[in-house]
Design a protein around this ligand. Sequence first.
Ligand code: ZN
Length: 493
Amino acid sequence: MNETGNSTGIPIPAWAERVADSLGAGPHVVVSGISVSGNIHAGNLREVLVAEAVANALRALGEEVRFIFHADTIDPLRKIAPDIPESYEEYIGHSLSQVPDPEGCHVSYSEHFLAPFEEALREMEMVVEVIRSHELYEQGAYTEVTRESIEHTDELREILQEVTNRKMPEHWSPFLPRATSGKLTGMRILEHLPEQASVVFADEDGFEEAASYAKGEGKLGWRVELAARWKALGVTFEPFGKDHTSRGGSTDTADRMSREVFHYPVPGRFEYEWIGLKGRGDMSSSRGIVLLPLDLLKIMPPDAVRRIILGRDPARRFDIDLEAGFPRFMDEYRAETGESYVPFTHLVTVAQTVGEDSDAAAEMLHRGGYGEVAEDTDKLARDLSYARKWAAEWAPDSMRLGLLGPGESREAAAGLDEEQRAYLREISEKLRPEMDGEAVQDVLYTTAIGRGLKPKRAFAAVYKVLLGKTSGPKAGPFIAGLTPGQVTQRFSV
Ligand SMILES: [Zn+2]
């Protein structure tokens, strides 16, 4: 595949260009590896997007790039994620690809969590190979590095002990064979048969078994696997989160193993910081603050997801704001694309007023002065869907609204005094279908002044009969968007 960054149409951030420049001539293999032990949340997406940006920057330089998403499906289940039945205790130590789906909808535990993430990557049109690690082992991609690892068991153990400052068990092995029970943990290697690519080991109960590492009957321990993977796949770049790059962390051990044992140059690296959700904290599957990439794609287009997740500099931590600050983010994003756009708050008003009816929405936008934008009906339908879903999920109460039905409106009007009702009647007579938002706003204001009614009480009456609230979106453009019938019906009180 020889795509350039330009052909993907995705903007390449300056930091990614700098990283790509520093990597030198290829061919390049860019990898992002993620465990599938639970929900793959929007925080995890940051790593994949960092890798994608660098891959695109390399492509733009004319380099040949293979971009891999390495899903760690062969990893053992270590702990029970929230919402997983406790009976899953029996699967601890089993490969995620061999544990049943807790909800029964996919072939395995790992597929259950990987499938929605893969769907999000597809929706984002990412040029990436999604690879399941259990398949790599079964296909023999790790055979050579596993043999090498077992042969250098003592050196690998020494590096682990020195870097982590922890004593490794007597029978430590870089390779975890899978027992008949399905477990990968707690085995003791007795003999290595390099010509047969297999080991003889004692299982938890002391019985002798054999496992072939050319057929995926086991895996490398994760710290060794990280370095081994660089060599097995020819990795030249991989981003890491701070949980890996801290002192004594997995990159410290992998760097030494790569140089000293596998004699493979350490790939280029980018250390990204985590993201949080404003008002809710760091995203983490184990603490239940989970925002899925598909949730983001419901309320904004793929490139906006890239922008909000990467931020200005992914080496810095920040909280994404999907609540009060989101409309501003969307307007900045739209402004940067250079196309004309409807302010997001107005879209939200329109979407909540007309529901699924995109013809009515187009008409409302036309009346509000956004006729040009309403012409692309497919785009309008998408934008309305984003706005409607955002309003339902994330909007502050002040932005949630629904046009009252005629009956509800009459009930609301009963709570107004005669001055306010007379004001509404006068407005109803003055409004003309051809007026735009500013003209309506002007009528609302000057009529109130003319009648000696305080504007605050006047506008409260308007919102009351339209929305059942005392405040709302800017009244002029909102009313201009309604049909004359809708307005007369509610203002003739
Ligand atoms: Zn499932």
